[in-house]
Design a protein around this ligand. Structure first.
Ligand SMILES: Nc1ncnc2c1ncn2[C@@H]1O[C@H](COP(=O)(O)OP(=O)(O)O)[C@@H](O)[C@H]1O
Ligand SMILES: O=C(CO)[C@@H](O)[C@H](O)COP(=O)(O)O
Length: 490
């Protein structure tokens, strides 16, 4: 039986899984990744770490299911979006990769908007510091010797593809997050590439996510114990790959993702940019499809941060304590902007805030406020998408945060929408990547491969709770507005 591998180059870990042709998961593994924050606003990783973690993950899959691993016919790649990997003409990585949650390039965003006044229409979103193009302008300005050496610019998963195949290739849904893609035409925008001071020759070749992008190099095949004929599919940025995994492929299909980051994602069958509310309108990983997305920089990572702060490594245990303890301080608010925020504020300088602490406040109140604060940022996302004309009534949920029934009930109440939990929802982007590998290798139809997994639970909103939350969300919004000037650099 033919088997397929999905690899997701996440921020916190490389995740890999091996499935058979019926999409049954035979083995899966995570390999943790370090992240470096050498200066305020900076966020970097070493691309070599992604490759080492990928090799380790594949070794684990091989050990867990040797026969199925040997029967692999295609690999799909997914990854954290927007990261800049810069390579010289000898294929050496020139500096650490600058990640999606790096906020250093605010000034360069203004410069880019100035150079390309209709940027938001072409690229589907206004310039924001997490995107790839302004990072290149930052490198040009602050590290000109490095900029002069650039021969290839790759996204995180495309760097891993380079190590697998030796080819410089990207695909639409990840290219979408660079600001260099003409989203409607699904090709690099010569105007925006030129406005970044880059030679078009540094850009990778573009394919669709469900196309074959190449096969393993002889060197990689030998190192990994795989056949050199193994196809590497285009794959997808992690947002789109999450969509493919959960079956969000048709107009109006929607889900939230609660990983390190947070996303509110809705599929469109036409390109409908709405840059005004910092909504991202990007090419999906399937030809002729796009999506609108609100992207939040602080998803379940805000909970992981709080858990670490209160000294409880087991998040499940911590949330059980929250559930069992009545709120002592229900007025407490938390602004979750630990790493700044993208939709709807475009504010890399915003930071986390607890507001309304009193002598009765307990640890469980703090954690409840963190859960609410992240959910409220999704309410802002929902409002931004509503102004863009999109208002789903039902949503799937993926990512580590979707493992918590308490949090999912809170999301249903805060958003006033039904949340649907699919079997294996937490498998997320790696599963979507494996599905793209099936499409690339077999040419089967999207409808037959990208189905919605069976439903485990549906969570309905309680209208009374939604009304109570609406008032608290208004206070949450006012608090950010009041504090915004205080976050700005002096
Ligand atoms: N039981 C749980 N309930 C809620 N959230 C959880 C639980 N376990 C882990 N998490 C959260 O899941 C997050 C990781 O999610 P994941 O989708 O794996 O992220 P990424 O793809 O960005 O690496 C962590 O930040 C953590 O806060
Ligand atoms: O910035 C975005 C999407 O615009 C993030 O989705 C990153 O792509 C990384 O997310 P994680 O999967 O690591 O949370």
């Amino acid at each position: 039986m033919a088997c397929y591998i999905g690899i997701d180059i996440g921020t916190s870990a490389v995740k890999a899984l091996l499935i058979d042709e019926n999409q049954f998961v035979l083995a899966e593994t995570d390999v943790a990744l370090p992240i470096s924050r050498p200066h305020p606003l900076w966020s970097e990783q070493d691309p070599e770490d992604w490759w080492q973690a990928t090799e380790k993950a594949l070794r684990t899959l091989k050990d867990a299911a040797p026969a199925a691993y040997a029967a692999t016919v295609a690999i799909g790649l997914s990854g954290q979006m927007h990261g800049a990997v810069l390579m010289d003409k000898a294929d050496r990585v020139l500096r650490p990769a600058i990640l999606w949650n790096d906020g250093r390039s605010h000034a360069e965003c203004t410069a880019l908007e100035h150079r390309v006044p209709d940027l938001g229409q072409i690229a589907g979103v206004p310039a924001m510091p997490g995107f790839t193009a302004p990072k290149l302008l930052w490198v040009a300005r602050h590290e000109p010797e490095t900029f002069a050496e650039i021969a290839h610019v790759l996204l995180p998963k495309d760097y891993v593809r380079f190590r697998l195949t030796g080819a410089y290739v990207s695909e639409m849904s990840d290219a979408a997050g660079t600001l260099w893609l003409d989203e409607a035409e699904r090709r690099w925008s010569p105007e925006i590439v030129a406005a970044t001071g880059l030679d078009p020759a540094v850009m990778p070749r573009l394919v669709e996510g469900s196309d074959a992008a190449g096969t393993l190099s002889a060197k990689a095949a030998a190192a990994l114990g795989l056949d050199p004929k193994v196809i590497v599919a285009g794959g997808a940025g992690d947002a789109a790959a999450g969509g493919i995994g959960i079956g969000a492929v048709d107009e109006g299909d929607a889900f939230i993702s609660l990983g390190t980051s947070g996303q509110y994602f809705v599929v469109n069958e036409t390109y409908r940019p709405y840059p005004a509310a910092y909504v991202h309108t990007f090419a999906h990983a399937l030809p002729g499809r796009w999506f609108q997305m609100a992207a939040m920089l602080n998803g379940a990572s805000a909970l992981a941060w709080a858990a670490q702060l209160v000294g409880e490594a087991d998040i499940g245990k911590l949330l059980a304590r929250v559930e069992a303890t009545p709120a002592k301080n229900s007025e407490l608010l938390f602004l979750p902007y630990l790493a700044g925020e993208r939709t709807p504020h475009n504010d890399p300088y915003a930071r986390g805030v607890f507001f309304g602490l009193d002598p009765a406040t307990e640890t469980t109140d703090l954690i409840r406020a963190v859960l609410e604060g992240v959910a409220f940022s999704f309410a802002d996302a929902q409002s931004a998408l509503a102004t863009a004309g999109t208002r789903p009534k039902q949503m799937g949920a993926i990512g580590g945060g979707a493992k918590s029934p308490l949090w999912m009930k809170m999301f249903a109440d805060v958003l006033g929408v039904q949340i649907v939990l699919h079997e294996g929802g937490a498998k997320g982007p790696a599963f979507g990547a494996a599905r793209l590998a099936i499409l690339a290798a077999t040419g089967q139809s999207t409808a037959s491969v990208c189905t919605a997994p069976p439903i485990n639970a549906t969570i309905d909103p309680d209208p009374a709770a939604t009304a109570r939350y609406a008032e608290k969300i208004e206070r949450f919004r006012r608090l950010y507005k009041v504090l915004k000037p205080e976050f700005a650099p002096r």
